[in-house]
Every structure is written in structure tokens, then in C-alpha cells.
Design a protein around this ligand. Structure first.
Ligand SMILES: *[C@@H]1O[C@H](CO)[C@@H](O)[C@H](O)[C@H]1NC(C)=O
Ligand SMILES: *[C@@H]1O[C@H](CO)[C@@H](O)[C@H](O)[C@H]1NC(C)=O
Length: 162
């Protein structure tokens, strides 16, 4: 796949112009190694392409590596993913955004939250976006029956970018 948006086209031009890459030569380039700048990947034998959001690229791979569950990357052209902090979660890999927890659900880990916790028992309540855990006092928000992402990654509540 080749990125045709202005952002990625501009990034490609910049990367190809600043990176000295081996050119095809007699005998062929097959199997010959070259590296791209960190934050980009090897699109073909001569071109580097900016890493798409939701992925990391260390410059040495021919394919972007999706951020794992519990992680996200809102920008392109990066070599690392951020963890989902308290009150937020990400159940799917390769995403550029996070989901905030729903009313009645919490995400209390400091980082890398994959699944929100359903508040039950003696502490069945929680505000949306709760990183403080489940509480015993009723809230005015309406409890969500589920707090799972749709198959396409759509958040059940607030979507958090950046
Ligand atoms: C690599 O991709 C670039 C951008 O599409 C293209 O200009 C170039 O000819 C390609 N090189 C090879 C060896 O396929
Ligand atoms: C969440 O917990 C409530 C009780 O607080 C329960 O009624 C509901 O079935 C649970 N939902 C899921 C998806 O576990």
C-alpha cells in the first residue's frame, strides 16, 4: 500500500531526498540491505515511507509494526507507542487513539490499560473516564451495560486523541 495523502506524500519526498539510498545496479539489488531513518519503513528497495499513526517503525523493517493493545500512537513517523493511562483503554492493536471508560466502568492501571473493569459488588459505581476505580456512592451518570470497542475500533464513549 502507498500513502497518497498530502501528509504522507510530503513525508516520502522529504525522506527520499535526505536519505542516501543504494541505487539499482547491474547484478540486481535483491537481498541487499539498507536502512531507513527511525520513524519510517522500507517501502521498496529504494524508498522509505513515513510510519503511519498507530504504528512504530525502527527504520529497519519493510512493514510498520502496529502498537500493541493497551498502547497507541496518534502521530505518524514515530518509533514508539504511548501507554493508555488511568481512565483510558485500548482493546485493539494498531490504533492512533484511546477510549475513555464508560459510566460504571474504570481503568485504574497507571498505564497500558487494555480492558476497562466493570464495577460490581459493593462498589458498583464510577464516573465516565474513571481512573480512580470503582466507588460505592451512586453517580448521576447512566451505567453503560457494556464498555467494549466495536469491531472497527469505535469507542463506546469518549474518543481521546493525542
Ligand atoms: C520505490 O517506490 C518509489 C515511490 O513509489 C518509486 O519512485 C521507485 O521507483 C520504487 N523503486 C523500486 C525499485 O521499485
Ligand atoms: C457489569 O456489572 C453489572 C453489575 O454491576 C452487571 O449487571 C452486568 O451484567 C455486567 N456487565 C458485563 C458486560 O459484565
Amino acid at each position: 500500500m502507498f500513502f497518497t495523502t498530502p501528509l504522507f506524500s510530503a513525508a516520502l519526498m522529504m525522506l527520499t531526498s535526505v536519505t542516501a539510498l543504494p541505487q539499482p545496479e547491474a547484478g540486481g539489488l535483491m537481498g541487499r540491505q539498507f536502512s531507513c531513518p527511525s520513524g519510517s519503513y522500507q517501502y521498496n528497495q529504494t524508498a522509505c515511507v513515513a510510519c503511519p499513526a498507530g504504528n512504530t517503525c525502527n527504520g529497519g523493517s519493510s512493514t510498520p509494526q502496529p502498537c500493541d493493545t493497551g498502547l497507541y500512537q496518534p502521530n505518524s513517523q514515530q518509533a514508539f507507542c504511548y501507554g493508555a493511562p488511568k481512565g483510558r483503554f485500548q482493546q485493539q492493536s494498531g490504533k492512533s487513539f484511546l477510549c475513555a471508560t464508560c459510566c460504571g466502568w474504570a481503568a485504574t492501571q497507571d498505564n497500558n490499560n487494555v480492558n476497562p473493569v466493570n464495577c460490581t459488588g459493593s462498589t458498583p459505581y464510577a464516573w465516565p473516564n474513571s481512573g480512580d476505580g470503582c466507588i460505592s456512592s451512586p453517580t448521576s451518570c447512566t451505567r453503560a451495560a457494556t464498555c467494549a470497542q466495536a469491531a472497527d475500533g469505535t469507542c463506546p464513549g469518549e474518543t481521546v486523541r493525542g
